[in-house]
Design a protein. Structure first.
Length: 455
């Protein structure tokens, strides 16, 4: 068990609210709290049972600071596996700070960012992937992201990685044992049984790695740019998607001079929408700056919604604009479908298109469903496997795949088993970095420094 000094921090947002919570953890958490808390029923702190909530007051230097609820939790059955107390104060900023100050003057120190979760990791209650999932749950922007983060927090990724690591270490141990005691342990035919096992592990890890692109979209949202010629209805589409008048709409071409960004959740997929200035040749300095920004936003987008003004049809300028997006996923949107239906093939063979009327809302739901089908395709349904969302995890799993690929190549080319064991152990260690079973202090410090102060 990791034992350190006693730490304390405000665990809720420091703003006027119904209550604020101050968390205390460490070997002296109970003595620090006992020196300040006075039960309204006069009950001695040592007699208060673990897991119970007590009503009373915080007193410091003869002054009653606040009327509070105190939650007492004894190690090891706590978030940090240490003795923990929580003080539930009234939600004023001044009173919360004053109570925290009294706690710090009574023997605790201010916790660093993420230090409570770090202690949970160091004490073995959670692994590193679960610790990272804590902040992913907090920062979830959609229900899909929350559900996937909860799978990771629950330990699904840890179990998968642990099972694969166990398989690798068993094969490595057999090689090492045979090399140490060749008279009693044989390696005859060993590689013939090892190869299908390695192939199975590679298939599983590659499948997990392949989910990363979708996982990043689930976690961070999809960057979508609405583009097109002036007066094609880009701002009207933004308003129709948001169901509010977010962008100014007029009949004057070039009304939008700058980018406008908003977020929208469509059935669990978050769209990071950017409305842009109409793309055309312009001698107007301000409009030209807006067009440059539109092109920059499009270059960074994962999806471009390109609007065609149906009454005008697909113009040569549209075709030129679309050529510059040839490396992007594009949905061609024929707008103003209530006025006239644009006919003809999609320019440049663009696969996805939809007809809408941003004015009446016709086709908007069809557009949303098309976007989801392009980027989710049934991802994270009830029985779906873990989806990879963390860049660090993806990097280490890629290292493991590379090492196992070397094992496979070595078996096929007939290299000695002792050389195979080196690559097997490299894969084992790389996967251990995901869960923190193999980790460096600087890595843990970096991860937990991104957490909230009281988490």
């Amino acid at each position: 068990m990791y034992t350190g000094d006693t730490i304390a921090a405000i665990a809720t947002a420091l703003s006027p609210a119904g209550i604020n919570v101050i968390r205390i953890s460490g070997e002296n958490a109970f003595s620090v709290t006992a020196s300040l808390f006075r039960s309204a029923r006069g009950k001695d702190f040592s007699k208060i049972r673990s897991g119970s909530v007590s009503y009373g007051f915080i007193e410091f230097e003869g002054e009653v600071l606040d009327e509070v609820l105190m939650l007492k939790m004894a190690a090891p059955h706590t978030y940090t596996c240490e003795d923990v107390t929580e003080i539930h104060t009234h939600g004023g900023i001044l009173v919360t700070k004053r109570v925290l100050e009294a706690i710090l003057l009574s023997g605790a120190r201010l916790a660093e960012s993420g230090e409570f979760t770090k202690r949970a990791f160091l004490n073995g209650r959670i692994d590193l992937s679960q610790a990272e999932a804590v902040m992913d749950v907090i920062g979830s922007g959609s229900d899909l992201a929350r559900r996937n983060s909860m799978k990771q927090l629950r330990g699904d990724l840890r179990e998968m990685i642990g099972r694969i690591r166990e398989s690798i270490i068993l094969e490595t141990a057999h090689i090492e044992a045979a090399l140490d005691d060749p008279e009693h342990i044989s390696l005859d035919g060993f590689t013939e049984t090892l190869l299908p096992k390695v192939n199975g592990l590679l298939e599983e890890l590659k499948s997990l790695l392949a989910s990363f692109d979708t996982g990043k979209i689930i976690k961070d949202g999809l960057n979508v740019v609405i583009a097109g010629r002036p007066n094609a209805g880009k701002s009207s589409l933004l308003n129709a998607l948001l169901k509010e008048e977010r962008a100014i709409v007029t009949s004057v071409a070039g009304t939008t001079r700058d980018t406008i960004s908003e977020s929208l959740d469509i059935g669990g997929l978050v769209l990071n929408l950017t409305d842009t200035a109409g793309i055309r040749q312009s001698g107007d300095l301000v409009e030209s700056i807006g067009i440059d920004r539109a092109l920059k936003a499009a270059a960074e987008a994962q999806l471009i919604l390109y609007l065609i003004d149906s009454p005008l049809g697909v113009t040569d300028e549209d075709k030129d604009n679309l050529k510059s997006f040839s490396d992007k996923k594009v949905i061609l949107i024929y707008n103003k479908d209530d006025l006239v239906k644009c006919t003809g093939d999609a320019p440049l063979g663009i696969e996805h298109s939809v007809r809408i009327s941003a004015l009446t809302g016709d086709g908007i739901e069809e557009l949303k469903e098309l976007i989801k089908s392009m980027f989710l395709a049934g991802t994270l349904t009830a029985g779906h496997d873990m989806i990879l969302t963390n860049v660090r995890h993806a990097g280490h799993i890629r290292e493991a795949v590379d090492s196992l690929t070397l094992v496979k190549s070595g078996i096929e080319s007939g290299v000695d088993e002792d050389l195979l064991s080196i690559d097997l152990m490299d894969a084992y260690k790389a996967l251990g970095m995901v869960t923190g079973e193999e980790y460096r202090d600087d890595l843990a410090d970096k991860i937990f420094s991104t957490f909230c102060m009281g988490k």
